[in-house]
Design a protein around this ligand. Structure first.
Ligand SMILES: Cc1ncc(COP(=O)(O)O)c(C=O)c1O
Length: 413
């Protein structure tokens, strides 16, 4: 099995759009220092600069692939008669959130309150916060956000939390929208069934809360390898949430939202009755973890969405046999597994375990490398990588078209 997936990954890296060419240039002639890049970015003078001239590690997003992913999601969800409500924890970038909304999404999700505050401050209205806020200060802030942004919806999964939210909403002089988070697995949310129904009934009686429906996300299902396997397990695991949703309906509770799913299950969850929208996150960028799971049309590599997010890194050392050192280590790529994929090279094993250095071991290389050459990497897991950078370079035809601040980067509270 390991060798099969390795073979497919090799093919993917050299034959797909991601790996159409060996992406290396010599030296850094005409390059810019970080200070120059910041100054040029502020002045918009990075426009037109080749991505290979950027100081590295550089987080890049390919605009054609990004647009393709937005368009693909739009077409697919329309065909399945659901909506998309992308999770903005993936990109933390208001510019991308606006592109997603312009591309048909009905809103965004956030995982953290400080993230939600950044998106709201940047003009994003429809925000669903999928994590509960349980401390007095966060509850107060969440209700303040709801007051200034009437489209803010908050998850709740405990009765006492519902009462606390209600009190804070009353103090703020608002009626706040909430969804009951119904657990799949043991991470977060109230268990499906009686306990979930009881919270919904309580919310329904609280004068300063308005029940909007259910969210139910299955983190454990997203990366199940093999489409058929993922399909069967996802629907099985989701069944108690569906039953709970039906009980909400039968009990006359508001069921206008039934949100769940992610990139790995976006084309599975709509098969469950009642689902209104998908909280897809990673589809916008893709990453090695997702490429590895296989899709409906390609059991080896998940090709439904294009890998738009890459890190460009510089070769620092080639003295040692079958070994290359780069400038992108754990702080540029995180420690997530699998290691990054080197575009254009079939046989490179990249280890980002060192803080500031990447170490590549290989048996065969597509070309020879020297100090200053650049390599382009697909990242292990997109969300935590994005959180390492202040900005991403928006690239078209290998040239910088814009520099996008990752405004909610580091907003983890
Ligand atoms: C609650 C919730 N919804 C949606 C997502 C998006 O998932 P994905 O990036 O797999 O599409 C996540 C990711 O962890 C999540 O925690």
């Amino acid at each position: 099995m390991a060798s099969r997936s390795r073979l497919s990954r090799r093919n993917f890296l050299v034959t797909s759009g991601a790996g159409a060419a060996a992406l290396c240039v010599s030296g850094n002639a005409g390059g810019y220092t970080s200070a120059e890049m910041r100054a040029r970015a502020a002045d918009n003078k990075l426009t037109g600069v080749s991505k290979w001239e950027l100081d590295t590690p550089a987080l890049c997003v390919d605009l054609d692939k990004l647009s393709q992913n937005i368009a693909t999601m739009r077409t697919r969800v329309a065909a399945m008669k659901v909506a998309s409500r992308p999770h903005a924890k993936t990109h933390k970038c208001p510019t991308i959130a606006k592109l997603q909304l312009a591309g048909g999404s009905i809103g965004i999700c956030t995982a953290k309150l400080s993230e939600a505050e950044v998106f709201a401050a940047n003009g994003i209205g429809p925000i669903l916060m999928t994590t509960s806020n349980v401390t007095p200060n966060k509850i107060r802030r969440a209700m303040a956000l709801r007051k200034s942004n009437p489209q803010f919806v908050q998850a709740v999964d405990y009765a006492q939390n519902a009462r606390d939210l209600n009190d804070a909403a009353k103090a703020a002089g608002i009626v706040a929208d909430v969804v009951v988070d119904v657990a799949i697995g043991t991470r977060s949310g109230v268990p499906a069934g009686d306990q979930a129904v009881a919270i919904a009934q309580l919310v329904d009686t609280l004068p300063n809360l308005k029940l909007r429906g259910i969210i139910s996300y299955d983190g454990g299902a997203q990366h199940i390898k093999g489409f058929k396997n993922r399909l069967d397990q996802t629907l099985n695991r989701f069944a108690p949430s569906v039953e709970t949703f039906e009980r909400f309906k039968r009990g006359g509770l508001n069921t206008e939202i039934f949100s769940g799913g992610g990139t790995g299950t976006y084309n599975i969850l709509p098969k469950a009755p009642g689902v209104t929208d998908l909280q897809v996150g990673s589809y916008i960028f893709m990453d090695c973890q997702y490429l590895e799971i296989g899709g409906e049309s390609n059991d080896q590599v998940y090709t439904d969405f294009a890998p738009s997010l890459t890190v460009v890194t510089t070769v620092l050392n080639t003295y040692f046999l079958k070994s290359i050192t780069t400038d992108a280590g754990a702080k540029a790529l995180t420690l997530n597994k699998p290691g990054p994929w080197v575009i254009g090279e079939k046989d490179f094993a990249y280890n980002a375990g060192s803080d500031e250095f990447g170490v590549i071991k290989y048996e065969t290389a597509g070309r020879s490398y020297k100090v200053g050459d650049k390599l382009e990497l697909i990242v292990p897991h997109c969300d935590p990588v994005v959180n390492e950078y202040d900005q991403m370079y928006a690239i078209r035809n290998d040239k910088v078209e814009a520099v996008w601040p990752i405004a909610a980067r580091g907003h983890s509270q």
